[in-house]
Ligand binder design. Structure first.
Ligand SMILES: NC(=O)c1ccc[n+]([C@@H]2O[C@H](COP(=O)([O-])OP(=O)(O)OC[C@H]3O[C@@H](n4cnc5c(N)ncnc54)[C@H](OP(=O)(O)O)[C@@H]3O)[C@@H](O)[C@H]2O)c1
Length: 277
């Protein structure tokens, strides 16, 4: 069985395996290991999954979405947005709990667990006060990177009180003392371009940009995002914060029309838009 207890271990094994060979695994109740072909009950041939053990539809869908990402050799920056059908990620008052199906949080924690770093903007910290960990699945936690242009955050937020480290990028010269944090100050001029150069120097393989709208839009406008992943829940909010706010275009022939793939996860649709390929 694949459960929330072992999915993190399984994803880690796939992530750290050679990308160009078929994987044969023996999945038992309390352990998962690589074995020879004839002993295996769970295999990944290229990017397709086959198994002799029971895997629920939910975990099978998660694996189908994540295996192609894990089996990719390239560095990938994935921006993930949970939105309504009419493209909202929160109400105007900032409330966003919850747009997506509660089970989608397990998926989100799986996505975090395969990421080496996770980026969010300062408003997301202020509105949601998240921990950005993988606590629902017992997976590895990505390094947290926060973009706080004006250094407006303070030690009251959870990310500064759980003992895990943070990297804060800012253009502010203000002196602040944020627990467990390295503050990296960049010049205000061309801040986003400078930020991207610094992020590339950190050499993380998989980076997840989890929001909000301003952070993701600015990084898309600067061609930093490889995959934009929209997790679309079947509800209409009608007004609120848009998932994206990109550069205005004057003609539809200038619209971004990327390659895409889509999946169903419970009652939601996950669309991958491959922006840089
Ligand atoms: N549904 C979802 O998937 C999801 C996920 C995450 C967040 N949210 C929601 O999204 C809302 C927050 O989104 P948001 O768009 O208002 O804010 P945001 O993107 O979380 O944060 C924006 C702030 O981060 C800093 N920042 C980010 N990128 C920057 C850049 N390239 N250059 C300079 N500064 C940058 C700026 O800080 P300064 O203002 O200090 O300069 C900016 O004002 C919340 O309501 C949250 O609940 C939803």
């Amino acid at each position: 069985m694949i459960t929330s207890k072992n999915i993190g271990i399984l994803l880690d094994l796939i992530k750290n395996s050679k990308k160009n060979i078929d994987l044969h695994l023996l999945v038992k109740k309390n352990s998962i290991s690589f074995v020879s072909k004839n002993q295996s009950n769970f295999y990944i041939k290229k990017n397709t999954l086959e198994h002799k053990i029971k895997v629920s539809k939910f975990y099978e869908s998660i694996l189908k979405i994540l295996i192609p990402i894990l089996r990719n050799n390239k560095r990938l920056v994935i921006a993930q947005i949970g939105q309504s059908l009419d493209g909202r990620i929160a109400l105007n008052n900032g409330n966003s709990h919850y747009i997506n199906n509660p089970k989608s949080i397990i998926y989100l924690h799986c996505l975090r667990s395969i990421s080496d770093a996770i980026i969010v903007g300062s408003n997301t910290i202020k509105k949601d006060n998240p921990l950005l960990t993988t606590r629902k699945i017992e997976g590895s936690n990505p390094k947290r990177i926060i973009i706080d242009g004006t250094l407006s955050l303070n030690n009251n937020y959870k990310i500064f009180n759980d003992g895990n480290e943070n990297i804060i990028f800012t253009k502010s010269r203000k002196k602040v003392n944020l627990n467990n944090s390295t503050i990296i100050r960049l010049k205000e001029e061309n801040f986003t371009k400078r930020l991207i150069i610094q992020l590339k120097k950190l050499k993380y393989k998989n980076i997840l940009v989890e929001g909000g709208s301003k952070t993701i839009s600015e990084l898309i406008n600067n061609q930093y995002i490889d995959i934009l992943q929209l997790m679309i829940a079947p509800l209409l909010i009608g007004s609120g914060i848009n998932s994206l706010n990109l550069k205005e275009i004057s003609n539809l022939n200038k619209a971004i029309r990327p390659k895409y793939s889509f999946y169903q996860l419970e009652n939601e649709i996950i669309v991958n838009l491959f922006l840089n390929s």
